[in-house]
Write a protein that binds this ligand. Structure first.
Ligand SMILES: *[C@@H]1O[C@H](CO)[C@@H](O)[C@H](O)[C@H]1NC(C)=O
Ligand SMILES: *[C@@H]1O[C@H](CO)[C@@H](O)[C@H](O)[C@H]1NC(C)=O
Length: 296
């Protein structure tokens, strides 16, 4: 009798083990929502590798884009956006002359600011167009994806994943204004972590610490301008108050394309994984560069 129970328990354990392994033994369905430009080039390698390991990837991109083209390692699905080819071209290249113009600083700054506002408006309007595209959302919902992989630098993919209730993996270098810290609820002490563009190191004098606290305030307004529309969009969709942090907290795993060889050490959360160098698929030896103090 005891023996019978034991063998039944063993059988049950075996069945459980088999059930656990089963979902991983077959390929998963991955919805990929990349960011345009160089961001896609790093993610493309990951999608190719997922394909090589037997997973099925669908890449979702706006119909007007620069680098995201169909390949036989994934299915490309595009969605319409409220821009014409001419407007898109103007948005991309209209402001490129500004960089090299020797006009006064203020004019240059204002031009760059408008160009950034135009670009973030483009991403936001395209995102709204996608999320209100009922047939496409229904089709994506019916496809029962296992996971969404997305770059949250513009959090449309993160919002889509939350909307479809699919776990999300974030693949990123960073999100401006430390929104990645807020999304991961990671400690982020100003007294210790040198801020962007301050040129501070992790050892600061009192005045440097003051500077370290003041610098991010300037960037905050630009961030609000670029990111608040996603919180409004989410609140409209879910018909309740949804903050940007709510959207970003949907990420289950954060894969950071960074490394502490380049970045200052800082506290991290258990779901933050550092994968710096993953995008260096085509490595070349560094060319000899002469930095003056190092030359001999
Ligand atoms: C921003 O968009 C407006 C209106 O679409 C356009 O007139 C302006 O030239 C754009 N500015 C820059 C710097 O791209
Ligand atoms: C997805 O489908 C489920 C089940 O049919 C439904 O409950 C849910 O509301 C759908 N989600 C969206 C965003 O349409």
């Amino acid at each position: 009798m005891v023996l019978g129970l034991r063998s039944r328990l063993l059988g049950l354990a075996g069945l459980l083990l088999w059930l656990c392994v089963l979902p991983w033994a077959e390929g998963g369905k991955v919805l990929v929502m990349p960011m345009e430009g160089s961001h896609w080039l790093s993610m493309r390698k990951v999608v190719q590798e997922l394909h090589a390991r037997g997973h099925q990837a669908v890449v979702l991109a706006p119909e007007l884009n620069v680098l995201i083209k169909g390949e036989d390692t994934f299915t490309l699905k595009t969605y319409s956006i409220p821009y014409t080819q001419e407007e898109f071209h103007e948005l991309l290249f209209g402001n490129s002359g500004n960089m090299f113009e020797t006009t006064d600083f203020l004019k240059k700054f204002l031009n760059t600011f408008t160009a950034m506002r135009n670009a973030s408006m483009f991403f936001h309007r395209s995102c709204a167009e996608l999320l209100y595209n009922k047939p496409l959302i229904r089709q994506l919902n019916d496809s029962s994806f296992d996971v969404v992989i997305t770059d949250p630098v513009f959090p449309c993919g993160a919002l889509l994943a939350k909307y479809l209730s699919i776990p999300a993996v974030f693949f990123l270098r960073a999100v401006p204004c430390d929104l990645d810290f807020e999304g991961t609820q990671c400690p982020n002490p100003s007294s210790y972590i040198p801020r962007l563009m301050t040129m501070n190191s992790d050892h600061m004098t009192f005045l440097q610490r003051v500077k370290n606290m003041l610098y991010p305030l300037g960037l905050k307004s630009i961030c609000h301008m670029s990111y608040d529309p996603y919180a409004s969009l989410a609140s409209e969709l879910f018909q309740r108050d949804v903050s940007l942090v709510d959207i970003l907290s949907h990420g289950s795993v954060w894969l950071f394309r960074g490394d502490f060889v380049l970045d200052y050490p800082r506290p991290i959360m258990p779901n933050m994984v550092f994968i710096g160098g993953i995008n260096c698929a085509n490595r070349k030896p560094l060319s000899q560069v002469c930095m003056l103090p190092l030359c001999n």
